[in-house]
Every structure is written in structure tokens, then in C-alpha cells.
Design a protein around this ligand. Structure first.
Ligand code: NAD
Length: 486
């Protein structure tokens, strides 16, 4: 891999410590880091290089999935620190000099990666100062990695994109959606396109419905300041759930390449049927957790959480029915669901196949269960297929059995490792293209309006449940049920 500088804004922050340094170290152990490389950490605090290096060392020791520390001394030598108030364009001059000085010392080509692990209000000032300070004027390439949230609504996302666009071209921008870094989400592509058996079934002739769930057991924790303004619709649906929907529903690309795969995803999002504000209540369930129990421990209601407004109408749960109006998916509902304080921490995609033969078994009391393809994304990773089989020890009764394809998860790289490695080598397949982000905001926009105008009831559900009953009814109305809820 080409030599490069990695400039990390927000180097003293929580995300850098928990995810970015451990990921970089694991890539280093796997010899997947460029050589030579220079990492410049940028933060507000006044730190020496030694203090910065000690903090990197500590975060790797605390958060890395691997314990071997032998190569740590060598690894941290590449790190330098620069205190910059990013709201002051003048403060970028010393940063520019430090980056150039390290490039000269280490004989690094002028390839520069800028990672913005800072609050979103700084995205545009940083990118414009990168341009005006000359940091972004390089003989090599430049790239920008940014974290969510990408805008608060369609308009703010478009404005942000315009501002970033003044300093970086679309192909230079890597928008992280860490769900796209999860190995099982990346594996959807192979499942759909490397398996003719599944590819043949991947359409409305054979699939009855698709269910995408991302459930958390945690509540709002210390993030009320952000979350109470965002809700599950912005925090999870606009980005992660719609990304998983695009990855599940995309059609075979001409070639497996970043451009072709992202073009297929975009086509899916373009075909998602828009909702009118007035019909949101028919297709979207809005919920908020009430008091309840999680693993036998009492849990307070959302409105009782520190920092939450006592009359908050914020959604901590969303379930929605999504239609994709293209010839492959016409008539197949995609159900998406996410919530905090749910009974189970589980992200999974369940594909329910149609069951045209069930009438054959009229002499059986029980109808054969449908075939299910279960893709477990998190915290377990695996693929399972539920098929019907006669049970000889139960009078030959037909029962569903599960064929489990899961591989062990030991040693599987984390999302940030996979994503950073891709960004370092310039592969944008698993980053969100602007068009995907924009189309997702367009779809979400009438839902935001309907919530704002209270056109959709807010259902309360007990902490530790699978959400409000209305989410169950959304499926029973179509003759379906959520699978695998225990
Ligand atoms: P944090 O508050 O822990 O860190 C913020 C960083 O920004 C610090 O390094 C601080 O020095 C720097 N900073 C703040 N003001 C500055 C200024 N004026 N000049 C220079 N530096 C300044 O935040 P975090 O949890 O690390 O999150 C960073 C970003 O990533 C946020 O946008 C957040 O929404 C996003 N994000 C975080 C997580 C997570 O798990 N923490 C997950 C996804 C996305």
C-alpha cells in the first residue's frame, strides 16, 4: 500500500479511543498498514507527543480485541499530536507544517487521509480549512472520512454535502455507516451473488417478506442531549436500517465493484415507494419505552432518563412497512424495526419464503412452517436456513429444523478495521454514497413531518419487550408475524 499521512481530528475523543486506535493497531499487526505511515492526532487539549502516544497505547490495551503488545513501541512512534482549535482557520498553519515535516522525515508521498471524528457542527469548518490552509493541496491523493450523523434532515444534509463538495470530490469522501462494516452485512453480497441457489430465489416469486431488526437492550444512556433531538428514525432508520435494506434488496451488478454495487443500492432506494405524510400512520409505528425490566432488573421509562424532556415525544422504537416498486420486489413487504430497551440485543435479517406447497399436507394437523433464511448480524454472526423435515422420533411429524452455516466469530475483524482498511486502499464499496444518503433522507422526510405534527400515535412499550403491540399488528394485517421473537 502507498505511504500516507493519516490526520485524525478528534484524537482525544471517545470514538478514537474505543474504535479507531484499536482498529489501526490490529491492521498494523496484520501488516495491513501503509509503510511508512504518519499519524497526526488533532484535538483541543494541549498534549505533548508523549502524552498522546501514552493515550493511544492505553486505549489499545483497553479496547483491542487482541492482547499482543510486542509491536506497540514501534506502532506508537508513528503518532504525533497537534493542538488545533478547528474553529480558527489560522490554527491550521502549524498543522500543515507538521504534516509536511513528517512527510519529509519519513519520505512519505503526499497522500493524505483526513478523518473527522468530531461533532458534526465542525464538519464544514474543518473541510474548508483543509482547503484554505493548503493541507488539501497535495501531489498525491486526498480523502475524507466522516462519521455520522450526516445532517439532521434532507436540507441540512444537502447543505453539508455542498460544503464538503467545495473541498472534496464525491469519490474522495468516505461516509462511514458502521453497519456496512459488519462482516455479515458485507457478506450479503456474497450470499446473494456467489450462490446461484439463493440468487434464483431472490425475488417476489419465492420471497414472501423480509424482516430487518436492529434491537438494543440499552436505553438512551448518556446520549440524551443528542438522542432526544434525533430519535430512532434519525439515529437508526435513515442510515443503518435503510443501508441493510439496500444491501438485501440490490440486484446483481454487472461486476462486483464499488461503482456497480453502489449503483444497484441506489436503484433500490430510488424504487422505494415514497410515503405521503398523511399515510405514514398506516405504515410506520412510533414507540417510546416505558418502565419495565431488562434481565430481571428494573428499568426506568425514557422520560425519566437524565437529560430527557419529561414530555418528550421522541421515538425510541420504529417499525415500518416498506415497499420496493420494481419488478423483482413488487408485492413483497420489507419490514424494518429498531428499538432501545428491547428484550434482546440482536441485529438480524430474516427472509421468509413463500409456501405454495403447504396445502399438500392436508392430512397433517400442523401446516409446514415456511422456509426461513436467517442472517444474524450482531452480536452473533451466522447464516441459518430453516427447512421442514420429518421427525422419526415424533411419528414422522413434519417439523422445522435449522441448518446452521455459522462460522466461528473468533478472530473476526471489527467493523472499523474492515472500513479503515478499505478507505486506506481507496475501496469505497462499503461507504455510503451521497445519493444513498440523500434518497434515504427523502424517504424519511414525510415521517419526520408526520411525527412533528403528531399524525402518528406514540405507543408506549415496556422496557424489555419487543416493542408496542402495534408493531405486531403491522405484520398480522398482512398475514405475517415477526419471526424469532422469544
Ligand atoms: P468526543 O466528545 O468524545 O470527542 C470530541 C473530540 O473533538 C475531542 O477529541 C475534542 O478535542 C475534539 N474537539 C471538540 N471541539 C474542538 C475544537 N473546537 N477544536 C478541535 N477539536 C475539538 O466525541 P466522540 O464520541 O469521539 O464522537 C466523535 C464524532 O463521532 C461525533 O460526531 C459522534 O456523533 C460520532 N460518532 C461517535 C460514536 C461513538 O461511539 N462515540 C459512534 C458513531 C459516531
Amino acid at each position: 500500500m502507498e505511504s500516507m499521512s493519516f490526520v485524525l481530528f478528534g484524537a482525544t475523543g471517545d470514538l478514537a479511543k474505543r474504535k479507531i486506535y484499536p482498529a489501526l493497531y490490529n491492521l498494523y499487526l496484520d501488516q495491513k498498514m501503509p509503510s511508512p505511515f504518519s499519524i497526526i492526532g488533532v484535538g483541543r487539549r494541549d498534549w505533548s507527543d508523549e502524552e498522546f502516544q501514552a493515550s493511544v497505547r492505553k486505549s489499545v490495551q483497553t479496547f483491542s480485541r487482541r492482547a499482543e503488545m510486542e509491536e506497540m513501541d514501534e506502532f506508537v512512534q508513528a503518532f504525533r499530536y497537534c493542538a488545533v482549535d478547528v474553529t480558527d482557520p489560522e490554527a491550521f498553519k502549524p498543522l500543515q507544517s507538521l504534516v509536511a515535516q513528517r512527510e519529509a522525515e519519513l519520505q512519505i508521498a503526499e497522500n493524505r487521509m483526513f478523518y473527522l471524528s468530531v461533532a458534526p457542527e465542525f464538519f464544514d469548518v474543518i473541510s474548508s480549512s483543509i482547503k484554505t490552509s493548503g493541507l488539501g493541496t497535495t501531489k498525491g491523493w486526498k480523502r475524507l472520512i466522516i462519521e455520522k450523523p450526516f445532517g439532521h434532515d434532507l436540507k441540512s444534509a444537502q447543505q453539508l454535502n455542498e460544503k464538503l463538495g467545495a473541498a472534496f470530490a464525491e469519490e474522495e469522501i468516505y461516509r462511514i455507516d458502521h453497519y456496512l462494516g459488519k462482516p455479515m452485512v458485507q457478506n450479503l453480497e456474497a450470499l446473494e451473488f456467489a450462490n446461484p441457489v439463493f440468487q434464483a430465489l431472490w425475488n417476489n416469486q419465492y420471497i414472501a417478506n423480509v424482516q430487518i431488526t436492529a434491537g438494543e437492550t440499552v436505553g438512551v444512556e448518556e446520549r440524551a442531549g443528542y438522542y432526544d433531538q434525533a430519535g430512532a428514525i434519525r439515529d437508526m432508520v435513515q442510515n443503518h436500517l435503510l443501508q441493510m435494506l439496500m444491501m438485501t434488496a440490490m440486484h446483481v451488478p454487472k461486476r462486483i465493484s464499488a461503482n456497480d454495487i453502489r449503483a444497484q443500492k441506489r436503484q433500490v432506494m430510488e424504487a422505494v415507494r415514497p410515503l405521503q405524510k398523511e399515510e405514514v400512520a398506516q405504515h410506520v409505528v412510533r414507540g417510546q419505552y416505558a418502565a419495565g425490566e431488562i434481565s430481571d432488573k428494573p428499568a426506568v421509562d425514557y422520560r425519566g432518563e437524565p437529560g430527557v424532556r419529561p414530555d418528550s415525544m421522541t421515538d425510541t422504537f420504529i417499525a415500518a412497512r416498506v415497499w420496493i416498486d420494481d419488478p423483482f420486489w413488487k408485492g413483497v413487504p420489507f419490514y424494518i424495526r429498531t428499538g432501545k430497551r428491547m428484550k434482546e440485543k440482536s441485529t438480524r435479517i430474516v427472509i421468509e419464503f413463500k409456501n405454495p406447497l403447504e396445502g399438500l399436507y392436508h392430512h397433517h394437523q400442523d401446516k409446514p412452517a415456511p422456509n426461513l433464511l436467517i442472517i444474524s448480524v450482531h452480536p452473533n454472526e451466522g447464516i441459518a436456513l430453516q427447512v421442514n423435515s420429518k421427525n422419526p422420533s415424533n411419528s414422522g411429524k413434519i417439523e422445522p429444523v435449522t441448518v446452521d452455516f455459522s462460522a466461528g466469530t473468533a478472530g473476526v475483524p471489527e467493523a472499523y478495521e474492515l472500513l479503515l482498511f478499505d478507505a486506506l486502499r481507496g475501496d469505497s464499496t462499503y461507504f455510503a454514497h451521497w445519493k444513498e444518503v440523500e434518497l434515504s433522507w427523502k424517504w424519511v422526510e414525510p415521517i419526520l413531518a408526520a411525527f412533528r405534527e403528531n399524525l402518528v400515535p406514540l405507543h408506549f412499550y415496556p422496557a424489555g419487550s419487543y416493542g408496542p403491540d402495534a408493531a405486531e399488528k403491522l405484520l398480522t394485517a398482512d398475514g405475517f408475524q415477526w419471526w424469532l421473537d422469544q
